[in-house]
Design a protein around this ligand. Structure first.
Ligand code: ADP
Ligand code: ASP
Ligand code: MG
Length: 407
């Protein structure tokens, strides 16, 4: 007997009809004699609606209360799915994260899972029931409800699969797998049969929201067999593979983008040892994460320093940098939150030169100005004006022939 963890995202449980369809799908698998744990998200739009209510009351909602509020979205769907299963003759039992005891740290709204107690789920599974678990939520050691960050139900599913030593974790969503880029931006995007774990990790961390990055990290750490597939159509989806050998001889596997960043520059900073830490120290102290960093030395012994932060932290980062500017006697701060980071990802890059120049030439020929560049072994990222997002993604998709199967 195999044990599978299924996860259904917000769109897949977006209405009563869809919840009933999910129940049918789960029952079919259960009827084959396998043990099934199902993780569900809140109905689509619900988490945003709840956050909106909170913000109508508090501009910066109290994090503990916000978790108390948004965790209700998933509590609704676990109950409804369990009822839908019972209704078609498939015994089921629902749990909130806290009832399972998905123990997390206390970082409200971005908590990390520390431990999962599988005993209550095992009891139900052994009685032949489908176990339905609320995604996205846990509980800290003082019994406060926590949540795992947007998209966190993916992480719940992978973590449960690791804890239960499941045979596979299947992420059912509104696309039929992982594509060469977001099909909403480039309709010519192609589904990948397989993607290496390393590439998936880069794609997720560079902005492809098809899987929450922590779920991919978790899968890597515990070697969880992971697959992304459609709730609505049949098919084997995309397997995240841990094999090192390249499946396709493509140089580039995919294009990711991130609209959630903003760029800050401080110019004319007197250039002395310790400048970087004087600029970024207060940003770190304010608990703001910095992504890309570029420093340039000018001839007059001053330096220009540019970095990006999450757009949610833009105003705070700007205020902090303006203070630093006065303290250091620097010239000025410029800030831009209409940028996007676009990245090409592929393990094939390791063994091939000239990928960066193809990328830069492609963008130049479309008249797109590059504002920042960063590279690693298997990715190249550029920052450009947000208005060029679609154009840049489509041009790069064509330049690297991602719409065609690699030979
Ligand atoms: P769910 O609610 O099921 O968790 P999400 O909206 O979080 O679904 O993730 C699925 C969405 O991810 C797709 O609808 C698609 O627009 C987006 N996406 C972004 N990048 C990719 C990609 N490379 N491959 C497939 N989907 C992607
Ligand atoms: N409902 C949560 C969100 O919208 C978690 C998830 O869907 O994965 O972010
Ligand atoms: Mg998601």
């Amino acid at each position: 007997m195999a044990l599978y963890v299924f996860k259904f995202g917000g769109t897949s449980v977006g209405s009563v009809e869809r919840i009933k369809a999910v129940a049918e799908k789960v029952k079919k698998a259960h009827d084959q004699g396998d043990q099934i744990v199902v993780v569900v998200s809140a109905m689509s739009g619900e988490t945003n609606r709840l956050i909106g209510l909170a913000k109508d009351i508090q501009a910066q909602p109290n994090a503990r209360e916000l978790d108390m509020l948004v965790s209700t979205g998933e509590q609704v769907t676990v109950a409804l799915l369990a009822m839908a299963l019972e209704e078609i003759g498939c015994p089921a039992f629902s749990f909130t994260g806290s009832q399972v005891r998905i123990l997390t740290d206390s970082s409200h709204t971005k908590a990390r899972i520390r431990n999962i107690d599988d005993s209550r789920m095992r009891v139900q599974l052994n009685e032949g029931k489908v176990v339905v678990v609320a995604g996205f939520q846990g509980v800290d050691e003082n019994d406060n409800i926590t949540t795992l960050g947007r998209g966190g139900s993916d992480t719940t599913a992978v973590a449960l699969a690791a804890a239960l030593k499941a045979d596979e974790c299947l992420i059912y969503t509104d696309v039929d797998g992982v594509y060469t880029t977001d099909p909403r931006i480039e309709p010519k995007a192609r589904r990948l049969d397989r993607i290496t774990f390393e590439e998936m990790l880069e794609m997720a961390s560079l902005g492809s929201k098809v899987l929450q990055i922590r779920s991919v990290e978790f899968a890597g750490k515990y070697n969880v067999p992971l697959r992304v597939l459609s709730s609505f159509t049949e098919g084997s989806g995309t397997l995240i593979t841990y094999e090192e050998t390249q499946m396709e001889s493509a140089l580039i596997s995919g294009i990711a983008f991130n609209r959630d960043e903003a760029k800050l520059t401080i110019t004319g900073v007197p250039d002395k040892p310790g400048v970087a830490s004087k600029i970024l120290g207060p940003i770190a102290d304010a608990n703001i994460e910095v992504d890309m960093i570029v420093q340039n030395i000018a001839e007059d012994e001053t330096t220009d320093f540019t970095f990006t932060v999450h757009r949610n932290d833009f105003e705070r980062a700007k205020a902090s940098l303006e203070k630093t500017c006065t303290e250091l006697g620097a010239k000025k701060v410029t800030a831009d939150n209409n940028i996007v980071k676009i990245s090409i990802v592929g393990v094939g890059m390791r063994s091939h030169a000239g990928i960066a120049s193809t990328m830069f030439r492609t963008l130049a020929s479309e008249g797109i100005n590059i504002k920042m560049i960063s590279t690693s072994e298997i990715k190249i990222s550029v920052v450009v004006d947000e208005k060029y997002l679609e154009l840049a993604v489509r041009a790069l998709h064509a330049a690297f022939k991602l719409d065609q199967q690699a030979a």
